[in-house]
Design a protein around this ligand. Structure first.
Ligand code: HEM
Length: 424
């Protein structure tokens, strides 16, 4: 995959730097630590009327799923228990207020299974689920992740210094997911740039869909093109082009937008703790614990939302039908009722499930792919860049962002020209 050299670093920066225009509307200009405010709010009540960023004291702009919806009432949940109660009652707290049908609706990221409720969602999700189970992690690693990771490291290994957040982390998930759709490397960034312009992505995908119909390959797009779906009345049919493109838009957006930020958050945590870094170098099993704790301690997307399907009284708050309920899963992940010393980053704490990947029927489909990307990428950095450390002369990384949280930059130094730099 030497074409990786064709990736334009300036364009990667434009698309992925949280301080740039792409993230401005998602709260990229929020630079504070929200957790002290969230603790205070949780202590006052598990559920508050209002929108998360406003309750946090941030005026915005800050857009995300479930916003702005000015004509609806808004509520935000802060305790683990209240967040879990929302996840567990999808009939009351629905993914979307209107019916969604990718077979007939207009092509848009909203017209996808992420916004479907009930059995329809289950049928669509069931089609791709087998490609995202833990035993498929090696398929993803072998086919796409490993090559992307090592080729990116090849590009920096002789320099002795690098910026890892955007130049390394950002590129890996976008290359992995576009690779699984058969999209050539030179178009990978075009796909990312066009996430809100579906027709441009369709244009890229059309010849690939046609070619996989005739000649399936060992990739995700071939699985989608040949998948058979059983409708409510028992009829079995192959997915239409509209259904395939709806899946593609969701997976390309979800697959390329999250993992890179979590990778940066995890690296920032590791590099600021040299003793932990040394422990992980010695014992790679510890890397899994670091990633899990990073997902608890600072999930990159702190909030997802639901719509009430009827009037509900919930933890002492009355929510009229059609309200938007924002699940502050990041606050739930630090609820002291569930975790001792919740603000401490402690990889050896008792293991309990967190909400970093959500919960319930819409729990993250790609979580094992994300884990595969995180372990492969961080493991390879530790293997191939000896004495990897933060650059003491550069500004220290900070975590910023409201609804999409990520590191600013991760400037590092390492020993170049060491024989260990070679690919394993
Ligand atoms: C660290 C990385 C990731 C995080 C933190 C994350 C987080 C989440 C969360 C919280 C949800 C639930 C949304 C909700 O409750 O409304 C979700 C759903 C989803 N994620 Fe991820 N995600 C990550 C990586 C990925 C990757 C790599 C993929 C694809 C390859 C992916 C695909 C999806 C899809 C398709 C859904 C919707 C599932 C459904 O509606 O049934 N995610 N993700």
């Amino acid at each position: 995959m030497t074409e990786l050299g064709t990736l334009d670093r300036t364009r990667i920066r434009e698309l992925f730097d949280l301080r740039g225009p792409t993230y401005a509307l998602l709260g990229g200009s929020y630079h504070d630590d929200p957790y002290p405010v969230w603790h205070r709010l949780r202590e006052q009540a598990p559920v508050h009327p209002g929108v998360l960023h406003e309750l946090t004291g941030f005026e915005g702009p800050a857009m995300f799923v479930g916003l702005p919806e000015p004509d609806r009432e808004h509520f935000t949940t802060f305790s683990y228990e209240a967040c879990e109660a929302v996840y567990r009652a999808p009939e009351t707290f629905a993914q979307w207020p209107d019916p969604v049908d990718p077979a007939v609706g207009e092509l848009s990221p909203v017209n996808s299974m992420l916004f479907m409720n009930g059995p329809g969602h289950k049928r669509y999700r069931g089609l791709v689920q087998p490609s995202f189970v833990p035993s498929k992690a090696q398929w993803w690693i072998r086919n796409w992740v490993e090559e992307a990771v090592h080729t990116l490291i090849d590009g920096i290994v002789e320099d002795g210094h690098a910026e890892l957040n955007v130049d390394f982390c950002a590129a890996i998930p976008v290359l992995t997911i576009t690779g699984s759709f058969g999209i050539p490397v030179e178009r990978a960034l075009d796909v990312r740039a066009a996430i809100l312009a579906p027709m441009e992505i369709v244009e890229i995908l059309t010849p690939i869909v046609e070619s996989r119909r005739a000649n399936p390959q060992d990739d995700l797009i071939s699985i989608l093109v040949h998948a058979e779906m059983k409708d409510e009345d028992g009829t079995v049919h192959r997915l239409s082009d509209a259904e395939i493109y709806s899946f593609a838009l969701l997976l390309l957006a979800a697959g390329s937008g999250t993992t890179w930020k979590q990778m940066g958050i995890t690296l920032h945590l590791l590099l600021q703790r040299p003793e932990l870094l040394a422990a992980v170098r010695e014992d790679r099993e510890a890397l899994r614990l670091v990633i899990k704790e990073s997902l608890r301690w600072m999930p990159t997307d702190p909030m997802f939302s639901r719509y009430t399907t009827k009037d509900v009284d919930f933890y002492g708050v009355h929510m009229p039908k059609g309200s938007v309920v924002h699940i502050n899963l990041a606050a739930a992940n630090r609820d002291p009722a569930r975790w001792d010393r919740p603000d401490e980053f402690d990889i050896y704490r008792a293991q309990k499930p967190t909400f970093a990947f959500g919960s319930g029927p819409h729990v993250c489909l790609g979580m094992h792919v994300a884990f595969a990307e995180l372990t492969t990428a961080i493991g390879a950095l530790l293997d191939r860049l000896p004495n990897l450390r933060l650059d003491p002369a550069a500004e220290s990384p900070r975590i910023i962002g409201m609804y999409e949280r990520a590191a600013t930059e991760i400037p590092v130094l390492f020993d170049a020209g060491d024989r260990r730099n070679a690919r394993g």
